[in-house]
Design a protein around this ligand. Sequence first.
Ligand code: SF4
Ligand code: SF4
Length: 374
Amino acid sequence: MAGDCILCGKCLEVCPLLNATGREELGPRAKADLCAVLTADKEALSEADAAKLAGLCLGCHRCKAVCSQGVDVPGLVAMLRAAHPDFRAWLWKQWLTHARELWAVSSSAAKLIPKKFQPEKFGPMLKMLAGLKGGPGLEPFLSITSFPDTYRGEKMLLFAGCTANYVQTRWLMTALRLLDGLGVEVLSGDFQCCGGGLKGAGCLDEARVMAEHNVAVWRAAGKPKVVVFCASCRSSLEGYEEVFDSSDEALEWQKNIFPLSGVASEIGFVISANCPKTLGYHRPCHVDAADSDCRLLQSALRERLVAETKRECCGFGGVMGLGAPGLTDQVNRRCWDRLGGAEIVLTGCSACASRLSATAPQGVGVGHWLEIIR
Ligand code: SF4
Ligand code: SF4
């Protein structure tokens, strides 16, 4: 149950924006405090100041995870964004509600536009798009040696997410191959976007439409397990509210969301000769505490996994990346400081993969962990 902020400051330690900038006014406690002031008196801040405050949050949810009072700062920020929509929120909404038509074409095009011809206003958006397409892709170096029988014969739905559906289709192909090897029957279900990016940007009605659609797909399939391989999509799916027939159904939905790396944890892997000597793992902000992606990689790569982020955010930031790219770049640099020394960085989130791919140092490869599987 959400309570009021008691200004304890516990969330200050985990906020990547505050940690990267040292500016407490950008941290969760200040946001919670200002939102409380605005709730009591809507005129307490000017329209411009309220819109500015609404723009400055990465939506990483780290503060929410540690708050003993259940204060949902990114949720408060999303409500502020909904109340103070701007051009960037509009752009973000078009981008996420037209993923099928826009993503593949525009991410390829963004990579072709020379930097000097990029309009300054759209620079952050073009950088984001180019990252979505990523580099040439990682050369696979993890071969499958055995499949367990744990899930053989089970029926599951696969929630691939927009990036894998429309741009990085090789992730989807590998996920299907793993599930096939495990003996899982993948049911057909036309999921839409998880809606997480829309919700974070304050496009609450659009996010709800997506959630209703996805839950309807699950119901029509007989409420099976839903396997996900993007940490942000999974967190968004697990956070669905108010679209269920009852609290029992909401619980049933949450219990049926599984990370692919958890389902694949007993698959046998062996590394081949082309495996780089040094690899890094970027822990997405939205991954759960168990982090089965990390455990799968630790078990398969062992001592070659030399660098790992724990608290550092990639600085993707959703709609904030469009409005305050200087700040999200500061956050991103701290992430790369931690990943130094790795020839290849792997992650399990489509947003992190695109952000790190767009900002990787020369010669460093970035990809979803699915890319390294032969
Ligand atoms: S948001 Fe939660 S953790 Fe942060 S200061 Fe308020 S009560 Fe403490
Ligand atoms: S969601 Fe992340 S960036 Fe936003 S206030 Fe909380 S910890 Fe900071």
